[in-house]
Design a binder for this molecule. Structure first.
Ligand SMILES: [Fe+2]
Ligand SMILES: [Fe+2]
Length: 152
C-alpha cells in the first residue's frame, strides 16, 4: 500500500495552488483507503467524484498560470505540463468508470496517488514555479504576481 502524507516540502509558495495540493493529497488518500477497505460502491463513487472535481478545478487554475509563460523554455514546459494534466484527468476518469462498474483496484489507485503527488505536484509543478520566476512572473516566496496582483 502506498500512503502519501502531506509534507511542507510540497509547498510551491503560491497559496492557491498549495491549498489545492493539500486537499488533493487528503482526497486521494481517502479514496485509496476506501478502495482498500472495500467501501460501498456509491460511497466510493462520491469520493472519486469529489476528487475528480478538485483535480479538474486545480488543473484549470494551473493552466491559467502556464498560459502566462512566453519564453521558449516556458512555452515548451507549458505544452508538456498541460499534456500531463490531460493525461492525469483521463486516467482518473478511466479509474472512475471502473469504480462505477464495480471494479475498484488498489494498484490502480496507488499508481494514481503517485502520479498526482510525485509526478504532478513535486516534479512538474516545481518546474512551473521555476519558469514563472525566471520570466519575472512571480516574486520569490511571495505567492503574488510580479505586477503586484494576487496570482489567484
Ligand atoms: Fe498541481
Ligand atoms: Fe500541474
Amino acid at each position: 500500500m502506498t500512503t502519501i502524507r502531506w509534507s511542507d516540502d510540497f509547498l510551491v509558495g503560491m497559496s492557491d495552488l498549495d491549498q489545492d495540493h493539500r486537499e488533493l493529497v487528503e482526497r486521494i488518500t481517502l479514496v485509496r483507503n476506501a478502495v482498500e477497505d472495500k467501501a460501498a460502491p456509491h460511497r466510493l463513487l462520491a469520493m472519486v467524484d469529489a476528487l475528480l472535481e478538485l483535480i479538474i478545478r486545480h488543473m484549470a487554475r494551473e493552466d491559467a498560470h502556464l498560459r502566462r509563460l512566453s519564453e521558449p523554455g516556458g512555452v515548451e514546459h507549458r505544452r508538456r505540463h498541460m499534456v500531463e494534466h490531460a493525461r492525469l484527468i483521463s486516467r482518473v476518469n478511466s479509474a472512475r468508470e471502473l469504480v462505477a462498474a464495480g471494479y475498484a483496484e488498489t494498484d490502480e489507485w496507488d499508481d494514481i496517488a503517485v502520479l498526482l503527488t510525485v509526478t504532478e505536484l513535486i516534479r512538474t509543478d516545481f518546474e512551473m514555479i521555476g519558469h514563472l520566476r525566471r520570466e519575472g512572473l512571480l516574486h520569490a516566496d511571495s505567492g503574488t504576481a510580479a505586477a503586484g496582483r494576487p496570482v489567484n
